[in-house]
Each structure stands twice: as structure tokens, then as C-alpha cells.
Write a protein that binds this ligand. Structure first.
Ligand code: URA
Length: 262
């Protein structure tokens, strides 16, 4: 940097980014997140994915992000299609600040599908839900009733996703608008995975699928959500903050286990 005006401009740009919530440097090289991907991402082992013929650029301009999400999610016939649709969905501002799409983890054939809130820093880095401290506790909680995301048999397996597939800046709560925009993808996700039971982890999951917050009152009672029997539960992050809640969480896990044994 040569002169004072350049330095002042650089400092102003940096301060603006800080004020917008940027809290870490992700890469040495700039990334144009507005550019559409040239190819759809590969899906690991089961990579016989059919590209889905999305055409967001020919949709009427007045369509809202939620309408476009509904259209794209509705066209997905498999979970791989759905992940591909999310990978090219450009209407949610959170995507621009996220490092990775966090779609799901575990076994899609599991009888239980856990819905969390949104990725934090660890999940954003790894591209998998619940891999930080809260995730470690989540794994322990379900292990206590014999379930694991990496279980060999479908019977003992767990499938995990979030309301939001991208990390909100500074781990803020997603806004109602952001949740409404991404809900069609979650609805389709549940329909395609077709679990027997849902677990709604915390307030954000309850708000997104039940339209109600207040997990302290909701927990412990079976409800119907997205066409499935669902158990609202305390989020593991809440249990890490308040150990007294663990007793309630344990009761809810036992209720879940009883359902599975019915
Ligand atoms: N909290 C969530 O709700 N989801 C994650 O993936 C991580 C933390």
C-alpha cells in the first residue's frame, strides 16, 4: 500500500466488514459468491446424481426466495437432488457468508430424524451438522438410548439436519424471513427421508416447523410436525449451559425410545 488515502480506504473497508459481522478470515484468495457454480458438487460415494434442471434465472422476477425454494425443493426427487438444489440456491443471504453448505449427517434410512437450528463455526468448517461441543453431547444423548449417526443398522441409526443449511454470522438466530425462505427445503427433506419420528432440537426448530417458540413448555409432549410424530426437546447447547435441564432431556429420550419399541 503506497499512500495515506489507500490506507484510509482499506481501513474503512475492513471496519465495514467487521460491522457486517465478519469475524474470521476464510481464505487468502477472494471468492465471488455471486457467481453461479459451473458444475454441481459431487455427492461422495453415491455419486450417480442426476443433475436437476433448475432454471432460477427464467423465473418471473417478482417470485420471492420462498417461492423459488418451493419450486426447486418440489422438483427434487431424491436427497441428492435436494442437496444439489440447495447448492445452487442463491436467494438466502446467509449463503454468501458461509464457508460450506451443511446439509445432513447420519443415515437417511434412520427411523429418527433430528432437526437442529443452524450450523455454528465448527459445522460451517466441516460441512456437517452437530460436530462441535453441542454435537458431542447430542451424540452422547442418543447413544444412551442405543442410537448413533454412524450405526451399522438402520434400526439403530440417526439422521441429522438443521433448519438452516448455512451459518448465520456470529451465530445469531436466523430471522423469521430466513427461516420461511428455507422451510420448503426442510419440508421436502423430511418428505424424502421419511423418518418415523422427528426430534425438534430447541426453539428455532420449534419455531420453524410448529410456528411456536417456547421449548420449555413444548418439550415432553408429542406433537405432529410436517406430517410426522415429533418430540420437541431442549437443544444440547441449552443443556451445556444449564445442567438441570438434563433430567427433562433424559425423560424425552426415554419417551422416544418407548415409541421406537412400540
Ligand atoms: N447447533 C445446531 O442446532 N446445529 C448444528 O449443526 C450445530 C449446532
Amino acid at each position: 500500500m503506497q499512500n495515506l488515502p489507500d490506507m484510509i480506504a482499506a481501513r474503512a473497508a475492513l471496519e465495514w466488514q467487521r460491522d457486517m459481522g465478519v469475524d474470521e478470515v476464510m481464505s487468502e484468495t477472494p471468492v465471488n459468491r455471486y457467481a453461479l457454480p459451473k458444475t454441481l458438487p459431487k455427492m461422495g460415494k453415491s455419486s450417480n446424481i442426476k443433475p436437476v434442471s433448475f432454471a432460477p434465472n427464467i423465473l418471473p422476477v417478482e417470485d420471492s426466495g420462498a417461492d423459488i425454494a418451493t419450486l426447486m425443493a418440489g422438483r427434487a426427487e431424491t436427497l441428492d437432488d435436494l442437496r444439489s438444489a440447495l447448492a445452487v440456491f442463491e436467494h438466502c443471504a446467509l449463503k454468501k457468508g458461509a464457508r460450506n453448505l451443511v446439509f445432513a449427517d447420519g443415515n437417511p434410512a434412520a427411523r429418527i430424524m433430528v432437526i437442529g437450528e443452524a450450523p455454528s463455526r465448527d459445522e460451517d468448517r466441516e460441512g456437517r451438522p452437530f460436530v462441535g461441543q453441542a454435537g458431542l453431547l447430542l451424540d452422547k444423548m442418543f447413544a444412551a438410548i442405543g442410537l448413533a449417526r454412524d450405526a451399522q443398522s438402520d434400526r439403530d441409526a440417526l439422521y441429522i439436519t438443521n433448519v438452516m443449511p448455512w451459518r448465520p454470522p456470529q451465530n445469531r438466530d436466523p430471522s423469521p424471513q430466513e427461516m420461511a425462505m428455507m422451510l420448503p427445503f426442510l419440508v421436502r427433506h423430511v418428505a424424502l427421508a421419511d423418518p418415523d419420528y422427528l426430534v425438534l432440537m430447541g426453539n428455532i426448530a420449534c419455531q420453524a416447523v410448529l410456528g411456536r417458540k417456547g421449548v420449555s413448555r413444548l418439550r415432553g409432549n408429542w406433537v405432529t410436525a410436517l406430517g410426522k410424530p415429533a418430540m420437541p426437546m431442549f437443544h444440547p447447547a441449552a443443556l451445556l449451559q444449564d445442567g438441570l435441564k438434563k433430567r427433562d432431556a433424559w425423560a424425552d429420550l426415554l419417551s422416544l425410545q418407548a415409541k421406537l419399541e412400540q
